[in-house]
Design a protein around this ligand. Structure first.
Ligand code: MN3
Length: 206
């Protein structure tokens, strides 16, 4: 059975960029909801509990048809949020700034510059119609790619490895930013945990 992971920092730790109330509801209600729903599926199909969440998400075709959509939405939701909390950090504890070393070079070479990368990532989040995510991922050839996915889909489901992601569901920003998704995405850079992104990159880079 899956458990809601503890947030690696306080609910108010990403202030003023992401507010305490949003973080509290996002973690204790939304993320908890995905965990509860995926656990209901595992009660019905215990064999799914023998697989890791990653193994399930990369092979959704093998999930029983009657629960495939629930697994996609809630298994995806659990994976995405677990990932999201880790790729952020409080501004006072390393959040913000930019990438270093190999990752910085790879981003500059793939997107022209760090500034241009940020613009393209923001555009991916802004142009996602409705609910979804913006991602930086690595494809099978080791190339960095910016993409966006609807709902709780993620790069894993498309055979790629995510190293950075921004939740662009309204529940992630509406209390503070209302309709200004672009302002939320600009603020997001102040809380990115580049150390964690670099760690993920080192794990999957060829
Ligand atoms: Mn969310």
């Amino acid at each position: 059975m899956y458990k809601l992971p503890k947030l690696p920092y306080g609910y108010d730790a990403l202030e003023p960029y992401i507010d305490k109330k949003t973080m509290t509801i996002h973690h204790t209600k939304h993320h908890q909801g995905y965990v509860n729903n995926i656990n209901k599926v595992i009660e019905k199909y215990p064999e799914l509990g023998d697989k890791t969440l990653e193994e399930i998400l990369v092979d959704l075709d093998s999930v029983p048809a009657d629960v495939k959509t629930v697994v996609r939405q809630n298994g995806g939701g659990h994976w995405n949020h677990r990932f999201f909390w880790e790729i952020m950090a409080p501004p006072k504890k390393g959040g913000g700034g930019g990438p270093n070393g190999k990752l910085a070079k790879a981003i500059a070479s793939a997107f022209g510059s760090f500034e241009s990368f940020k613009e393209k990532f923001k555009k991916a989040g802004l142009t996602r119609f409705g609910s979804g995510w913006a991602w930086l991922a690595i494809d099978h050839d080791g190339a960095l790619q910016i993409s966006s996915t609807p709902n709780q889909d993620n790069p894993l489901m498309n055979g790629k490895d995510a190293i950075l992601g921004a939740d662009v569901w309204e529940h992630a920003y509406y209390l503070k930013y209302q309709n200004r998704r672009g302002d939320y995405l600009d603020a997001f850079w102040n809380v990115v945990n580049w150390e964690q992104v670099a760690k993920l990159y080192a794990q999957v880079a060829l």
